[in-house]
Design a binder for this molecule. Sequence first.
Ligand code: GLU
Length: 283
Amino acid sequence: MPSRYTSRFAPSPTGHLHLGSVYTALASFLDARANHGLWQLRFDDLDTQRNVKGSVESILKTLETLGLHWDNAVDFQSQHLADYHAVLADLMADEKIYRCQCSRKNLPLIYPQTCRNQNVSPQISHSLRIKTDARQIYFNDRLQGNISQNLADEGDFILKRKDNIVAYQFAVVLDDARQNVNNIVRGMDLLNETPKQIFLQQILNLPIPNYLHIPILVDSNGKKLSKTTFAAKVDLKNPNHLLFQLLELLKQLPPVELKTENVSEILNWAIENWQPENLKSTL
Ligand code: GLU
């Protein structure tokens, strides 16, 4: 039996949710519910310097007000530090990763593998890099179609930073596996990160989820929303109006009568009529 559609929304607690992030949250929620799936919430809180106090509460409140109720307990990456470090130790024992003492400032975009065979002492401040090869990574994005990228374009990328912070690329792969995530809906800004994540899934023998990358938010003239509009905290005074506006931005063509319905009626309509392929024309 195929396993149940299982998804997640993974905000970083670096502030309140802005229009662009609730747009992504709603798309991911609707795709999960339209597929009778689970929708989980995970806080990507590993980059402790970027975390902002109070944002977890603010994000929970925004999602609740919009009726975007999640399944299972809220997950925090910071609760799983020991697991990430245990997998890093295994990868080190298998010589799949190596210590690197280079300073990022002076490096070209593709790391020249300076430290790959240097056996840098663990006593020296170091990052951990994965040994990549020139393999071609293919995947079929549900919206963007066939994507193919050679990993040589990425080079040996970092799994743990010098300041001991586990890198997003690595954590996200373990997180999604831990939460049995088999479908990911997120913004196009992460499309370029996906081949690296698939490579890690291959190396770690983890299942590869389906991906759907949605276009970044544009206004009705097709222009990218200005920074101030995009970054503004969403106004929760009229959650039904906000949902209606988001459905329009998601090209779901909500009927105008829906605007005055309550949150759960709007969501029910949106789940029943969810057409992610409508987003195809918005680039
Ligand atoms: N925490 C990431 C972000 O806010 C999302 C990660 C993901 O969806 O893979 O950009």
